[in-house]
Write a protein that binds this ligand. Structure first.
Ligand code: FMN
Length: 328
């Protein structure tokens, strides 16, 4: 029986398979099922920066007006609606119910007052915090420099208020993706870079001529993007790397570890197959390791990363041209 434990963000995971943030990680029953199925850790459903901001505003109004009834109603409306207390309760309950790491998650786009809330997440007992950074560079007024700066400001502001290890879930929309990831990983509190944040994509309904939401669930082919970038960044970033996107089975998890991932995060396959998907993935990883004679994940992690292979150019674009010129 191979040893599937993995150290990730300074946490000890019994398996490299993490249940990524999704609607399946926002209630205790599902969390217990996922843990029982053999997950290494769970990232809770993201709390949105906007939700925390509303709470911050409500508190300010409350302080200003004391016991004024209408204000109290306003405050309790927002407090109830946005359920920050429930998030804190979910962290506490999850920590009491399962013995794998629980990582909280915040979906954020700016370095606002909301960052103070991260202290409460720490006090509730979360083992780590994932920043789900959703900054689409769609504003033609903004330069790449300004967008990149925003990431650093958010991370630095969060780091100033909490000692929790941070994971940063990033998009691939950077003019210099490698440099950006390397620089972010140098921030002391950043213990993991999560590649990649999968956006909701637009699709077009030809019949009704409307713009709709595209596929919510990933397909395995999407994982090629992670293989390239995890493979290219391994050994260059200071932090761990987690791969997430299109990982639907044990083989795919193994490939991502071979290129350098410390852990993989899954969501779509959990929706499609339920928590048993994790049990099957662990089994497949174990069988392959036994077959190959690997005793632990460190024995092969990063073995096929760009820095560790004989022909590193295989990760680069030139190889793509070669492929097309040879395939007629
Ligand atoms: C229905 C659904 C809800 C999700 N909600 C969140 C979320 O709240 N926060 C987050 O960081 N990622 C969220 N994700 C993204 C997943 O955590 C994951 O990064 C992404 O789906 C890629 O993994 P997959 O290919 O295994 O689905 C969600 C994904 C799905 C399918």
């Amino acid at each position: 029986m191979a040893n599937l434990t993995s150290e990730y963000m300074g946490l000890n995971l019994p398996s490299p398979i993490i249940a990524g943030s999704s609607g399946l990680t926002d209630n205790l029953e599902k969390i217990k099922e996922i843990a029982e199925a053999g997950a290494g850790a769970i990232v809770l459903k993201s709390l949105f920066e906007e939700q925390i901001n509303m709470e911050v505003e409500a508190q300010a109004v409350n302080n200003m007006y004391g016991n004024y009834n209408d204000v109290e109603n306003y405050v309790s409306f927002y407090t109830k609606k946005h359920n920050l207390n429930q998030y804190i309760k979910l962290i506490k309950d999850a920590k009491a119910a399962v013995d794998i790491p629980i990582i909280a998650s915040i979906n954020c786009i700016s370095a606002g007052e909301w960052t103070n809330f991260t202290k409460e997440i720490e006090m509730a007992g979360a083992d780590g915090l994932e920043l789900n950074m959703f900054i689409l560079p769609s504003d033609p007024q903004l330069t790449g420099f300004e967008i990149d700066k925003n990431y650093f400001e958010i991370i630095r502001k969060v780091s100033a208020v909490t000692d929790l290890p941070l994971a940063v879930k990033m998009s691939w929309y950077f003019s210099s993706l490698s440099r950006h990831m390397v620089e972010i990983s140098k921030i002391d509190s950043v213990k993991s870079i999560v590649l990649f944040n999968r956006f909701y994509n637009p699709d077009i309904d030809l019949e009704n001529e409307t713009v709709n939401s595209g596929h919510i669930y990933s397909v395995p082919e999407e994982n090629a993007m992670c293989l390239r970038w995890v493979g290219a960044l391994y050994g260059h970033v200071k932090s761990d790397i987690a791969a997430t996107m299109g990982i639907h089975d044990g083989e795919s998890a193994l490939k991502n570890i071979l290129v350098g991932a410390s852990a993989v995060q899954i969501a779509s396959v959990l929706y499609k197959q339920g928590p048993e998907a994790i049990t099957k993935m662990n089994q497949r990883i174990n069988d392959w390791m036994d077959e190959k004679g690997y005793e632990n994940l460190d024995a092969f992690r990063g073995k096929l990363s760009q820095q560790n292979i004989k022909r590193p150019m295989i990760y680069e674009r030139a190889q793509f041209m070669k492929y097309y010129s040879e395939h007629r």
